[in-house]
Design a protein around this ligand. Structure first.
Ligand SMILES: C[S@@+](CC[C@H](N)C(=O)[O-])C[C@H]1O[C@@H](n2cnc3c(N)ncnc32)[C@H](O)[C@@H]1O
Ligand code: SF4
Length: 369
């Protein structure tokens, strides 16, 4: 079932690795921006009144940095404007340095039932180095406020000087404080971010070292009862993210806010990345879309295969046939033959063998032609 993504582009401070659309010095625009988001929600809802949405994901930036009354009002607007399923999954991203008990209470009253918390590492020296505004104790305090809730911890691999012991301590901190889900991302050194200089200077762990940290982290997560369902995502039984699963199944979603992207009615489209431009457009009653593309059948087939191979659920030949009236192994014959040794088949399903999931990017390049 389709999902709704909402982007809140404010942060207290920019982390050294982050390339997301987030503005550390513009929190004074929060009130005006949130009003625009609500207007955009109303505009989109009118076109999508026949659609039932099953998930809402409030991401950023740092949604927890804005006054919670705006999040409450936004959720009220979404509930009123869109048709949501009976039991929607509603997630909010939070930075542990921006959370208190009152905020969580307001989020829960607003219908938020899943929380995604940026931990990154349990090593306080590394947290400071990457410009985080919190330490590991703040994460513990945040987890305490979320006791009994469905919450995920984001952790990162490939930080300067990061050891296996750091990874073990980080996973232990997340698990022992109740995380039902862990997203374990390998650091991508993005050109233009401060950490890119460290990367150019050879100060970050190299690809093989990060792969070793990943394998180690994966084994620890498994032992602690987390199952891997996508290359970077792990959950305790029953706690997979429905919102992300919808992306990986090529499900439709509508994105609201600056830089948000959407996939609806066979089109992918993206809002402007410019905050002022976004607000100007919405206030004048126009969509702030800067790019829109009809997905060709060839691209749709590639997306289907690529997204399927990213997850442990793999590709269903029958689902592919139903959608495209052809056989995926015939459509991608050359790539399939070349990558066969990395794949395993069970009935209708083809997936990447467990031990190769981390190197899926190399495997998928064969499918790009
Ligand atoms: C929007 S933030 C999560 C919420 C909040 N802003 C925070 O950082 O605590 C999304 C997550 O993406 C991950 N991330 C951001 N930039 C990354 C990069 N360059 N490489 C790998 N992971 C990154 C981090 O783990 C971060 O927690
Ligand atoms: S707090 Fe989150 S969104 Fe903001 S800069 Fe850091 S990682 Fe990026």
């Amino acid at each position: 079932m389709p999902g709704i993504y909402v982007h809140i582009p404010f942060c207290k401070h920019k982390c050294t690795y982050c390339d997301f659309t987030s503005f550390p010095n513009r929190l004074n625009f929060a009130e005006a921006y949130m009003a625009c988001l609500m207007k955009e929600a109303e505009m989109r809802a009118k076109e999508l009144e026949k659609i039932t949405f099953d998930t809402v994901y409030i991401g950023g930036g740092t949604p927890s940095v804005v006054d919670p009354k705006y999040i409450y009002a936004l959720m009220a607007k979404i509930v009123k404007s869109f048709h949501l399923s009976k039991d929607p999954e509603v997630t909010i991203e939070m930075n542990p340095g921006t959370v208190d008990a009152e905020k969580i209470q307001i989020y829960k009253r607003a219908g938020i039932n899943r929380f995604s918390v940026g931990l990154q590492t349990a090593n306080d020296r590394q947290l400071e180095e990457i410009g985080r505004i919190h330490n590991s104790k703040d994460f513990v305090a945040c987890a305490e406020l979320l006791r009994g809730e469905n919450f995920s911890a984001d952790i990162m691999l490939g930080l300067k000087g990061q050891t296996k012991e750091d990874v073990a301590a980080t996973i232990a901190l997340a698990d022992e404080n109740g995380a039902t889900h862990v997203s374990m991302y390998a650091l991508t050194p993005e050109d233009g971010t401060p950490i890119y200089t460290d990367y150019l200077n050879g100060e970050l762990p190299d690809g093989d070292e990060v792969a070793a940290l990943y394998d180690y982290g994966y084994e620890l997560l498994k032992k602690r009862g987390y199952m891997r369902y996508e290359v970077s995502n792990f959950c305790k039984p029953g706690f997979g993210s429905r919102h992300n699963l919808n992306y990986w199944k090529r499900g439709e979603y509508i994105g609201l806010g600056v830089s948000a992207s959407s996939f609806f009615f066979g089109k992918r489209f993206t809002n402007t990345f410019d905050l002022d431009e976004y607000m100007k457009c919405i206030l004048s009653g126009h969509y702030p879309v800067i790019e829109s593309e009809e997905v060709s059948e060839k691209d749709a087939k590639f997306e289907f295969v690529m997204l399927g191979l990213r997850t442990v659920f793999g590709i269903s030949a029958a689902a592919y046939k139903k959608q495209f009236k052809s056989d995926w192994k015939e459509d991608f014959k050359g790539a399939y033959e070349k990558t066969k040794t990395y794949l395993e088949e069970a009935g209708d399903i083809t997936k990447i063998k467990d031990e190769y999931l981390y190197v899926q990017n190399q495997i998928l390049t064969e499918y790009m032609e």
